[in-house]
Ligand binder design. Structure first.
Ligand SMILES: Nc1ncnc2c1ncn2[C@@H]1O[C@H](COP(=O)(O)OP(=O)(O)O)[C@@H](O)[C@H]1O
Ligand SMILES: [Mg+2]
Length: 181
């Protein structure tokens, strides 16, 4: 089974994936883009690489081909890729997210942009437009370990086909639209 783990930067994708790396095979999309040069250039305004999504998809298809273990594809672009059986979107209250991004020394504009994206459910909306099985996990007040346990339990239920057990994580629980104005 292939699970995409997505979410606005700072929601905890990499942290949770590191914890779950003992149990699952993790594919870090951002690292793949950098290490394998799967980009078309640099976005000077944002100071980030522009992913070559076609090349990324091709490389990912090669990597997961014939694989029988459960794989987590981790990164804020993972929901753009084909091939996952379900997508878990990590969610953090925008005010808390801003603190985390400030700690990373993000520019003020980049903090603001990500806060707004989180408040307006941008990644969630993108994901639900493309995928049928989508779940939301909040990482505002939980510890990374507890969040990882929760993600692990959702993957366990999905693997077993126990979809009713994960219904409470279906999209639509968070309304943070008032947090940014
Ligand atoms: N419940 C939680 N789950 C994941 N990370 C959390 C949680 N609570 C606080 N954090 C912190 O938030 C930050 C998330 O960073 P990171 O994992 O790099 O995010 P992302 O990969 O989504 O950009 C880390 O500093 C982590 O310790
Ligand atoms: Mg990350």
């Amino acid at each position: 089974m292939i699970i995409a783990l997505t979410g606005t930067p700072g929601t905890g994708k990499t942290t949770i994936s590191h914890i779950l790396g003992k149990k699952y095979r993790i594919i870090d999309i951002n690292r793949m883009i950098t290490d394998e040069g799967l980009h078309t250039g640099r976005d000077e305004l944002r100071g980030s690489l522009v992913a070559d999504m076609e090349a990324l998809q091709g490389r990912l298809d090669e990597l997961v081909k014939g694989e029988t273990v459960t794989i987590i594809i981790e990164g804020h672009l993972s929901h753009y890729l084909e091939g996952s059986d379900a997508v878990i979107v990590l969610r953090t209250r925008p005010g808390v997210l801003a603190h985390r991004l400030e700690e990373r020394a993000y520019f003020k504009e980049k903090v603001r942009e990500n806060m707004e994206a989180e408040a307006l459910d941008v990644i969630l909306v993108e994901t639900t437009l493309k995928h049928d099985r989508v779940y939301e996990v909040e990482t505002t007040t939980s510890s990374p370990e507890d969040a990882a346990i929760l993600v692990d339990s959702i993957i366990g239920h999905l693997s077993a086909g126990n979809f009713e057990q994960v219904e409470r994580y279906l999209p639509g629980r968070f309304d943070w639209s008032e947090e940014v104005f």
